[in-house]
Ligand binder design. Structure first.
Ligand code: CS2
Length: 491
């Protein structure tokens, strides 16, 4: 079977949507760092919708370390297939990515792109851990950051590249690019800005001042459920297209992108592709992180302990589905500062329906990755707010306790965790005895994880209760704890 590329594009069946614009006429205007599945299923699709009207915004997709995406897509001229998962999955070939680079192997080419005046936007999806933060500040001791500070012109980290590119532009008298974080972090733009300033300050205070006054770091909220690519998808795409695609992507039909209206250089007309440009995105941001990502992580840890594989399967378990719904409506919604016109209960309804979508096989194990990075933004901030308002946090603590049990179980089984704190977590997990007081104390010293509730005695007590409530963390013990958590709140 031939490989998907510009030539093969002419042979694919007519029901597959494809670029309506002449790709050869487009110009690269965006460098995107972290060209993984989420970027390709989300932001690149919005850009694909815009290129017919404005060809100046094609994307150069950069992976920092792995050459896998470049090696899969370069032979395909950057083309790949998006499957939209609903009752009748539809396929679409996306043409927005014109160039793929692996920074570890092609550092000079990445820096040259960043310096190119035609590039006016640098966007990022590097996941929570890619920001190299410890609590709210940049982790200057992280090996990548230490490496970059010693040789800022030859960086390894995302922050290192963003700042190196800005330094080249400043030296050349080129206007800076806007830096747009598209990760699931509260105040993602603000955090990235502070990290970039802290980093630049450490080796070139003049550059830091220039960045501070000249460069915009808008915040954004991104949303679309994007299960990892599997062989079933590759086979389905090949069978339909009549050519192979080494790395198609899949997602639910729903997508949302809210972007703060704060740019220091030109920008694409995102709103024409359905994105929202807003002055105030903090409300959207918080609602999404707390009401979608928080419950996702709750399902991931509680569901994994119960031996469940996917989000949709978890939603078919009455104890789990009932618990998560109560968590959302009664514990999380009161902590939101909802944007005007936003109906939180309708938003909950929509999220629950998305979680139940039977056409999506979204593995709980994928969501369980990087718990040490996700829990602070997804659940612990909610707990901190609830405590400050004097509301009960017992139910909110159950997913956190389930994460701890999950860590212990993986550690005992000798299974590596996908988590930057893997080594530490495995040590804590191996030493755990099941005693709520001792185990909670061992986890609570992980400052970077528990920063939002640091030193709060009420939280520590509730966490111990939740941990004890999970009993031996067997499926039946977890189901019992979930029922009991709902019943006790009714009493
Ligand atoms: C998920 C998110 O993997 C995870 O941790 O919670 O990727 C989630 O599917 C997206 O944020 C939805 O927009």
């Amino acid at each position: 079977m031939p490989r998907l590329n510009e030539v093969a594009l002419a042979t694919i069946p007519p029901d597959v949507t494809r670029p309506t614009y002449d790709r050869g006429n487009t110009r690269i205007g965006i460098v995107h760092i972290g060209a993984g599945a989420f970027h390709r299923a989300h932001q690149a699709v919005y850009i694909d919708d815009l290129l017919a009207d404005d060809p100046d915004w094609a994307i150069c997709g950069v992976s920092l370390r792995s050459a896998d995406v470049r090696d899969a897509l370069r032979p395909q001229d950057g083309l790949y297939t998006l499957a939209l998962l609903d009752g009748h999955p539809s396929l679409r070939v996306i043409g927005a990515i014109r160039e793929l680079l692996c920074a570890r192997e092609e550092s000079q080419a990445v820096l040259a792109r960043l310096a190119d005046p035609a590039v006016r936007l640098v966007s990022l999806t590097i996941t929570e851990k890619g920001y190299r933060l410890s609590g709210d500040a940049l982790d200057l001791a992280h090996p990548d950051i230490a490496h970059d500070l010693a040789a800022p012109q030859a960086p390894a980290s995302a922050i290192g590249y963003v700042v190196a590119g800005l330094a080249l532009r400043r030296a050349a008298g080129t206007a800076p690019y806007t830096v747009l974080s598209c990760d699931n972090l509260a105040d993602n733009g603000g955090r990235l800005r502070r990290a970039a300033l802290q980093y630049a300050q450490a080796f070139d205070p003049d550059l830091a001042r220039w960045i501070e006054t000249e460069v915009a770091f808008p915040r954004s909220m991104v949303d679309s459920i994007t299960p990892a690519t599997d062989d079933a998808l590759r086979e389905r795409v090949a069978a339909h297209l009549g050519c192979t695609d080494a790395w198609p992507v899949q997602r639910e039909p729903y997508a949302q992108w809210v972007i703060e209206d704060h740019f220091c250089n030109a920008r694409p007309a995102f709103e024409r592709a359905g994105a929202t440009i807003s002055d105030d995105i903090a409300g959207y941001d918080r609602a999404k992180l707390r009401l979608l990502n928080g419950p996702h992580s709750a399902l991931a840890y509680l569901g994994s302990l119960m031996g469940i594989e996917t989000v949709a399967d978890a939603m078919r378990q009455p104890a789990l589905a009932g618990f998560v719904e109560r968590l959302m409506r009664e514990d999380i919604v009161p902590t939101l500062d909802a944007p005007r016109g936003f109906d939180p209960q309708a938003y909950v309804d929509a999220i629950l329906a998305r979680f139940r979508n039977p056409d999506i096989r979204h593995l709980l194990s994928q969501i369980a990755w990087d718990g040490s990075q996700k829990l602070p933004v997804r659940i612990l901030g909610t707990i901190a707010d609830a405590l400050a308002d004097g509301r009960p946090v017992d139910r909110l603590c159950l997913p956190v306790a389930a994460w701890m049990r999950f860590v212990c179980r993986q550690a005992r089984a000798g299974v590596a965790l996908v988590d930057p704190l893997d080594a530490t977590l495995r040590e804590v997990g191996r030493a755990a005895t099941g005693d709520a007081r001792d185990d909670a104390a061992a986890f609570l010293v992980l400052d970077a994880v528990f920063a939002p509730v640091s030193g709060n005695a009420g939280f520590a007590e509730a966490l111990r209760r939740a941990y004890a409530a999970l009993g031996d963390a067997s499926p039946s013990a977890v189901a019992h704890a979930l029922d009991a958590a709902c019943a006790s709140m009714d009493a």
